[in-house]
Design a binder for this molecule. Sequence first.
Ligand code: 5GP
Length: 120
Amino acid sequence: MSDAAETLFERIVAGEIPSDVVFEDEVTFAFRDLNPQAAVHVLVVPKKRYRNVGELAAADPGLLAAVVATAKTVAELEGILESGYRVVFNTDADAGQTVFHVHAHVLGGEQLGFFGSHAP
Ligand code: 5GP
């Protein structure tokens, strides 16, 4: 994984790379995924970078709670709180994590398919 990929979301949070921002507060930042996998696909990151959700949980459980709370706020803002949504933290290689700045995928806006299956 290149350094550029490791710092990509920090650069998006800093506004150095443009993004479609959905929500921001003091500690979290939410923006639309460039390659959406559902009708609604928003990424939520803590502004402070941790490699993955396990590291975030160990280092700062309050910040993890803030990320999950922002995921709910995103669902409210996107109008999918009642219809339902999925929150996914891909973690390391087998899960397909490509950006090593922990991020929650917030997915919804349509009936979602199965997940957790073998790669095609
Ligand atoms: P991961 O595979 O690490 O769980 O998810 C990384 C996500 O970041 C992917 O869904 C990918 O589409 C998204 N992504 C990668 N680069 C960019 C970018 O420059 N801007 C935005 N908005 N999303 C990106």
